[in-house]
Every structure is written in C-alpha cells, then in structure tokens.
Ligand binder design. Structure first.
Ligand code: URA
Length: 219
C-alpha cells in the first residue's frame, strides 16, 4: 500500500520521466503539495546545458514566488538584471510589473513569476524557437506542478509559446484563452517593457486588469 501511495504521489513526475505528456489532464490535481518535485526541477534547470544560452548565462532564472500560487505570470526571457541576480523581473520592467500587481491588490508573494526561457539571450534578443523548445519541459512542468487557477502571459513571445499562434497582440488581448486542453484560463497582457517604451498604452492595462478580476472574482 505504501509503495502504491508513493507511486501515485509521484505519478506526474514518473510519467514525465517516461516522456509522457501529462499536461492534457484536466486541472491536473497532481503533486501540487509535494514541493520536493519543484525543488528538484529547479535544480535540474540550474544544471541544464540543453541549449547554447547556457554558455553565456551568469544565472539560471528559474522563477520566483509562491509555488502554491493561484496566479502564474509568464514573461519572455531574463534580461541583464535578471541574469545577474537569478530572479525574474527585477529590472525596470519588473518595477512596473510590481505596480501592476499592486493595482490588482497582489504582491510577488502571492503569485509565481517565470519566463518562457530560463537563461538570458545575448543582447536581450528574443529567444529563438530552438531555445524555447529546449526550455519548454521546464515551463510545462512548472505549470503542471503549480497548477494555477489562471495564467497571465506577458507579451507576444509568451503568448506565441503557450498558444502556438502568431496572431498579433491586438487580437490576443482582451480574450480568455485556455491552457492546452485544460480549463485553466490564460490572459495576454502587454509586456511591461513594451509599456515602458510606449507609455501612451499604459492605460490599456486597466482593461487587462478588469478582465482578470472578472474571471478571478466572478464580478
Ligand atoms: N523581461 C522578461 O520578459 N522577463 C524578465 O524576467 C525580465 C524582463
């Protein structure tokens, strides 16, 4: 009985080790409480050399926040500040993200923040599809382990990665999408770095926030 209980508690981890995709399982009630799985995954990412970004990184930026978060925020890729500190969104874009969280009455402690790739692309270029694909097993497992109630995608790179689409931001924002075959809603927000470059668009964040509130509070 003990062995069966043990295997059941690690079923997602074991299936993933056998390269079996478990992300299609609805609402993955999974190993959410087993934090050692999450810590092992982080350790694995920290030792990853699956793509050439590992040659130029200072730190792997795995993600930060509550592993039991109901809200998962996914950005693009670490920048210089993140590469140096090992934490996501600590630069200027991160400060704006903090403000956006604050206006949603949230803080970094009650969300989990990560990126589509965990290492900084040189010169802050967009991660290419090989890099995104190499890193996807980490992001997929993070989503599976956290099992959030809602996913917020910051910008086009994250939206393209999670939705496999090349539609423009204008048609992705303001709608409720769903993560793979689950009923986990996903919203696309402007990336804070884009808002810093285009301050006139900042007011549109309110529309994004209202849509999120309407989903999370049902009002
Ligand atoms: N931009 C991102 O997309 N992610 C970070 O972690 C920092 C800046």
């Amino acid at each position: 009985k003990k062995i069966i209980r043990y295997l059941m508690s690690r079923k997602h981890e074991l299936l993933n080790l056998m390269n079996i995709d478990t992300s299609w399982i609805k609402n993955i009630p999974n190993d959410k409480m087993d934090l050692s799985n999450f810590n092992n995954l982080e350790l694995e990412a920290k030792n990853c050399h699956a793509c050439s970004l590992s040659n130029t990184r200072n730190n792997v930026v795995f993600g930060k926040g509550s592993q039991k978060a109901k809200i998962l925020i996914i950005g693009e890729a670490p920048g210089k500040d993140e590469d140096l500190s090992g934490e996501p969104f600590v630069g200027r874009a991160g400060k704006l993200l903090n403000e956006i969280l604050f206006s949603m009455k949230l803080s970094r402690d009650n969300v989990y923040i990560t990126n589509t790739v965990k290492c900084r692309p040189p010169e802050n270029r967009n991660p290419n599809s090989d890099e995104i694909n190499s890193c996807s097993r980490f992001l997929d497992r993070q989503i599976s382990l956290i099992s959030p109630n809602i996913i917020i995608l910051l910008g086009k790179v994250a939206a393209e990665r999670l939705m496999n689409t090349s539609e423009p931001m204008s048609s992705l924002r303001g709608k409720v999408h769903f993560y793979k075959n689950t009923d986990i809603p996903m919203l696309v927000f402007y990336h804070p770095a884009y808002l810093l470059r285009s301050p006139s668009e900042k007011s549109k964040v309110w529309d994004d926030i209202l849509l999120m509130k309407s989903i999370t509070h049902g009002s």
